[in-house]
Design a protein around this ligand. Structure first.
Ligand code: NAD
Length: 477
């Protein structure tokens, strides 16, 4: 059996190692635990996830430190991730009640119609590395509340954080087999999703993997498949008298978490006349960003990307944009040899004949100048993805036009493309998802509706189309 090893991106130190799991054995455990978990009253399941939240509250510094070490993100940012993990429990309890409630639809003449929801069974949760706790947690908690058991395969790049979360569930007294860790990479993920005894997959990751899963499940319409994928998100800067704030919003959208957010802005679309001032200010702020280890002082704005392979790939992508005719505004550098720190790269791609519509998951911002607002919207939508989009500046009327024309699940005005609220649905169109938004709407696909007509007594008669006892037809009334 292969061992999985996780290294700290910032230092290269070994953080965690452990064996890859066996998907079939793990699913079997979850399957066995499921009937009892689903049969528990909802209040008991809610109590269990609340115990988990309380436990994490007591361990929040420990978890934040671990996330920071394993992903390389600044510890201040890792703390906000832990906060989101804890808050998710109350949000998911509310979401379950609001989105998948038990409701009486009608009641007349001794008959009622009731709407209730049932869990699917065993759900596989596949997580990414950029928010290794918050995103899988956002699928696991709603799945548990609804009465499903979970097999969670964390990213092979963040196994320690995954193990920490599952241990927190187990130590909060959830019955054995209800939440299970399955460590491993894509091949273990494939074994898990191929197991006939899972009832669905809740996935957060790249479009490439999401499409592979979509294909794999094409002939299994009975299984729930929720795909949360990437983006190639636009931020449009239009008329504003506060160029500095506009530039701050651009920098935060593009470079928080070293650009490793699905909702990060990858394309700055800017009005011709504002171009020089906006681009100069964005560069000036980007030049000042502190890029350092997660615990260093003064606190960094961003850390490294997840590993050297990813840093190499991003460096190559920046060079490819340059060779295709892009004009670098700020070169992407690799300040520490052999470590995946990258300085933000900014490149003007206005004159590229063909701009690659791919997600560059790191600190690269492509700039496109446009002559008018219609062109800005056309450029914003010039992608197969559709996760987030933001307009900075512009009038209320322009925002209204931007909002109605934008093909994205998150459309903001004078706010970053990132930092969505967990109390809202989170998802996109195009290659960004399969219309199963997560966060508040995750409740929707963790349970299915069952409608029942119910009466306390067995009373029935046929009023029409029945022969009389003496074989003459009953008159229709
Ligand atoms: P990834 O697609 O490489 O991996 C995601 C998970 O799927 C991992 O656990 C991986 O081991 C597993 N996996 C990979 N191939 C598989 C296969 N064929 N079958 C089954 N499982 C497989 O994604 P990543 O690189 O870990 O994460 C970064 C990506 O996630 C980016 O594209 C980012 O935009 C996206 N993301 C999306 C959201 C969202 O909510 N929309 C949030 C965060 C990240």
């Amino acid at each position: 059996m292969t061992d999985l090893i996780s290294y700290e991106p910032a230092t290269g130190a070994k953080l965690w190692s452990g064996p890859e799991g066996n998907a079939d054995d793990t699913v079997a455990k979850a399957r066995e635990a499921w009937p009892a978990w689903a049969a528990l009253p909802l209040t008991k399941r809610i109590e269990a996830v609340r115990r988990y939240a309380n436990r994490l509250r007591g361990q929040s510094d420990e978890l934040a430190d671990l996330i920071a070490r394993e992903t390389g993100k600044p510890v201040w940012e890792a703390r906000t991730e832990v906060e989101a993990v804890i808050k998710k429990v109350d949000i998911s309890v509310n979401a379950y009640a609001e989105r998948t409630p038990q409701r009486q639809l009608s009641a007349q003449q001794g008959m009622r119609t009731a709407l209730r929801h049932k869990p699917h069974g065993v759900l596989a949760v596949l997580g990414p590395y950029n928010f290794p706790a918050h995103l899988p947690n956002g699928h696991i908690v709603p799945a548990l509340i609804a009465g499903n058991c979970v097999v969670f395969k964390p990213s092979e790049k963040t196994p320690a954080t995954g193990a920490f979360l599952v241990e927190a569930f187990t130590k909060s007294g959830l019955p054995d087999g209800v939440v299970n860790i399955l460590q491993g990479g894509p091949s273990v993920g494939k074994n898990l999703t191929a197991n006939p005894n899972i009832n669905g997959v809740l996935f957060t990751g790249s479009a490439q993997t999401g499409i592979a899963l979509n294909r794999q499940f094409a002939e299994q319409p009975d299984k729930i498949l929720a795909l949360e994928m990437g983006g190639n998100n636009p931020i449009v800067v239009w008329d504003t008298d506060d160029i500095h704030s506009a530039a701050v919003l651009v920098v935060q959208s593009a470079f928080l978490t070293a650009g490793q957010r699905c909702s990060a802005a990858s394309r700055l679309i800017v009005k011709d006349e504002l171009y020089d001032r906006v681009v100069k200010e964005v560069k000036r702020i980007a030049d000042r960003l502190i890029i350092d280890e997660p615990f260093s002082k003064p606190a960094p704005f961003m850390g490294p990307v997840i590993d050297n392979d990813v840093a190499d790939g991003l460096t190559e992508s920046f060079l490819a944009l340059m060779s295709a005719g892009g004009r670098p505004i700020k070169h992407m550098a690799r300040p520490v040899p052999d470590r995946p720190f990258l300085t933000p790269g900014i490149i003007d791609v206005t004159d590229l004949e063909e701009r690659p519509d791919i997600e560059l998951f790191g600190p690269i911002l492509q700039v496109i100048r446009v002559p008018d607002f219609d062109m800005a919207i056309t450029e914003a939508n010039n992608t197969r993805y559709g996760l987030s989009a933001a307009l900075i500046g512009g009038s209320a009327q322009q925002y209204s036009q931007f909002w109605s024309m934008s093909r994205a699940g998150i459309v903001n005005w004078n706010k970053m493309t990132v930092g969505a609220s967990s109390e809202a649905p989170f998802g996109g169109v195009g290659l960004s998802g399969n219309h199963r938004p997560s966060a508040f709407y995750a409740a929707d696909y963790c349970a299915f509706p069952v409608v029942s007509m119910e009466a306390d007594q067995t009373r029935a008669s046929i009023g029409i189309g029945l022969k009389d006892e003496d074989h003459t037809a009953v008159e229709a009334k």
